[in-house]
Design a protein around this ligand. Structure first.
Ligand code: ATP
Ligand code: MG
Length: 648
């Protein structure tokens, strides 16, 4: 792992919230005295009744129980909106950038946001929604999605957002799964120049739900929709209600939201996050990881349908009084310059996106980036998968012009906020590594067989966390036993992330991908991410996914799916070239046994490669693909099956 490293620039180290010394001091405090540390940092929120108890958590087998700030009361919407109105009412809270760049962007101030959220809260109450009720939100990336989240938080209802790209089936399952009282949707959802008929999807989903579920419909495009007895017109109702509303007093441990994981390893799980600890953690990570300062324009390109959108479009930034961008579109519409156009237009200071988007834009060529003035950018972030050093270097040099630190943030729906991440003023960056734990996080590397902690550096194993942090999920909705089994069942006394990791000679962490994705070739264990990175490092390869398949001699063989850069054509010569390339990059053991050209890869809507499906195709066992409801484009699967390389 020898590579170029990037120390923080002297200005960054000087002006950042944390330089290396501050990080070391705060981190040590957070581990030696978590009670004291979080008692102090919990004060970043406004509490109605201040907490006297800080941490009450147990990872003990059969008795996993997590409570933070348990006797404190507060309201999330009051913290994200009301308290800023006095000090920064005229500051923009949300910049909304529509799908079509020809349409006008909106700038919503904190004072305006308060009015919108209060109106929506009053509408929800008028429809009979009360504290503790569940509300499913199935909306495009429009400001009303944020109003709906905050309105639920304001009255104490629990929201569960379903990404607007999901099918009626996936939506119906989630409405029934949390026994929702209300569904909030829109007529249509424009995205990438096409409009999804959201209301008609909602109608189909509701055919399979109880009659009591009501539906609140926001007008986005105004195009024709069906109308049923359970429907309510949001745009009409908000005119009838007041723009004042008293926020409910919530206990720190009252649920704030339920969110299903992306389902890349199996059935999605209904992850439950609560009020106090989650918000403290989302806000603090947003401030330190992105080094957010007052006046900065922050852009997280995720959808609010993912946890990244919850913590880093809405809750974290707004709790910090930030200006946050909500983008309705996709990176490549109307062209591959859209991200950079938005950065230039709104003078974005921090951009936070996923490796899959970075690789796609890298594949489209540098010209798209160079056309735009990106001088406002101070920091770049990534999340979702390990980022290949090749993509990291492109992001760093072409997008960041070598002057913006990259924060490669490792975390999960379950963790509420960042777990491992460089801090821009403190960390000497290593391309491809998430590096250091955030305050309060105690990562350990366990031996997967014995379950014992592996001490020292330059070691590898499974990534677990030794003690609780405030943003941790509390349970799986309606199934605490599944929560305990999934996350605490493998290694007694530890939270198991499901990911493998290395701790290098300097003590920095490298997440190597899911443990399920490790393959064993002739007795050698290899992370698929490493082979993928080698393939992507080849100049003609845009993206690659590697899985194992049963092999008579080696135990497992290596099956690679390869997507070429725009304009490159598959050929046998290129195949041999790639095989030789992997052999020279990693070693003969890593050479793919089978290599399939893939015009597209099956991905979740949040852009994660679904290796579970690729594994089935590689095994020539595609009859049982499992739950595919979270796939972005199911048609790529048919193409891959058609041209599969292993026909047993
Ligand atoms: P499911 O749990 O249903 O299979 P999922 O794990 O894909 O779905 P998420 O919570 O969205 O759902 O993703 C978290 C996972 O994403 C992590 O466990 C890890 O595998 C991967 N990940 C996220 N960020 C990073 C990162 N910076 N580096 C490496 N891996 C990452
Ligand atoms: Mg997961």
């Amino acid at each position: 792992m020898s590579q170029t490293t990037y120390p923080p620039s002297p200005e960054m180290a000087k002006n950042a919230h944390a330089d290396a010394q501050t990080y070391a001091k705060m981190y040590a405090e957070s581990i030696e005295n978590p009670e004291g540390f979080w008692a102090e940092h919990g004060k970043r929120l406004d509490w109605i009744k201040p907490y006297t108890k800080v941490k009450n958590t147990s990872f003990a087998p059969g008795n996993v129980d997590i409570k933070w700030f348990e006797d404190g009361t507060l309201n999330v919407a009051a913290n994200c909106v009301d308290r800023h109105v006095a000090t920064r009412g005229d500051q923009t809270a949300i910049i909304w950038e529509p799908d079509d760049p020809a349409d006008e962007a909106l700038h919503i101030t904190y004072a305006e946001l308060q009015g919108h959220v209060c109106r929506m809260a009053n509408v929800l109450e008028k429809l009979g929604v009360t504290k503790g009720d569940r509300v499913v939100i199935y909306l495009p990336m429009i400001p009303e999605a944020a109003y709906a989240m905050l309105a639920c938080a304001r009255i104490g209802a629990v929201h569960s957002i379903v990404f607007a790209g999901f099918s009626p089936d996936a939506l119906g399952t989630r409405i029934n799964g949390c026994d929702a009282k209300l569904l909030i949707t829109a007529d249509h959802a424009p995205r990438g120049g096409r409009a999804t008929a959201l209301k008609s999807n909602a109608d189909q989903a509701l055919l399979h739900c109880k009659d009591k579920v009501q539906c609140l419909v926001v007008k986005r495009t105004g195009a024709q929709t069906t109308w049923t007895e359970r429907d309510h017109d949001y745009n009409a109702l908000i005119k009838e209600v007041s723009d004042q509303h008293t926020p409910a007093e919530m206990n720190a441990e009252d649920p704030l939201f339920i969110l299903y994981t992306s389902g890349s390893t199996g059935q999605p799980k209904g992850v439950v996050h609560t009020t106090g600890g989650y918000l403290v953690y989302a806000a603090m990570t947003h401030q330190y990881t992105f080094d957010y300062h007052d006046g900065d324009i922050f852009w997280c390109t995720a959808d609010v349908g993912w946890v990244t959108g919850h913590s880093y479009i809405v809750y974290g930034p707004l709790a910090n009084g930030a200006t946050t961008i909500m983008f309705e579109g996709v990176p490549t519409y109307p062209d591959a310059g859209r991200f950079w156009e938005v950065c230039e237009k709104h003078k974005v200071n921090q951009i936070y996106t996923a490796p899959t988007a970075i690789r796609a834009l890298m594949g489209a060529g540098d010209d798209w980036v160079e056309k735009h003035d990106l001088s406002s950018l101070k920091l770049l972030g990534t999340v979702g998968e390990p980022i290949n050093p090749e993509a990291w270097n492109w992001y760093h040099s072409v997008v960041g012009k070598g002057k913006c630190p990259i924060v490669d943030t490792f975390w999960q729906t379950e963790t509420g906020g960042h777990m491992l991440t460089p801090l821009p003023g403190a960390t000497t960056l290593k391309p491809g590594a998430a590096q250091q734990p955030f305050f309060g996080v105690q990562p350990v590397v366990l031996d997967p067989q014995s379950g014992k902690e592996i001490e020292g550096n330059d070691v590898e194993g499974v990534l677990c966390i030794k003690d609780s942090w405030p943003g941790q999920m509390r349970t799986v909705y309606g199934d605490h036993a599944r929560f305990e089994k999934t996350y605490f069942g493998d290694y007694d006394g530890y939270y198991f992330s499901g990911d493998g990791c290395k701790r290098d000679a300097d003590g920095d962490y490298w997440v190597t991908g899911r443990v399920d994705d490790v393959i064993n070739v002739s007795g050698h264990r290899m992370g698929t991410a490493e082979i993928e990175s080698a393939l992507v490092a080849h100049s003609k390869v845009a993206e690659a996914a590697v899985v194992g398949y049963p092999h008579d001699i080696k135990g497992q063989g290596i099956y690679a799916y390869v997507t070429l850069m725009n304009g490159e054509e598959p050929s046998d010569a290129l195949r041999s070239e790639l095989e030789a390339w992997v052999r020279s990059e990693i070693g003969p053991i890593a050479k793919p046994d089978l290599l399939q050209w893939a015009p597209g890869l099956p991905k979740t809507r949040s852009g994660k490669i679904m290796r579970r499906i690729l594994r089935k195709i590689a095994e020539d066992d595609f009859g049982a693909l499992g739950d595919t409801s979270t796939l972005a484009d199911p048609s790529v699967v048919d193409e891959l099956i058609e041209n599969r390389m292993n026909r047993t």
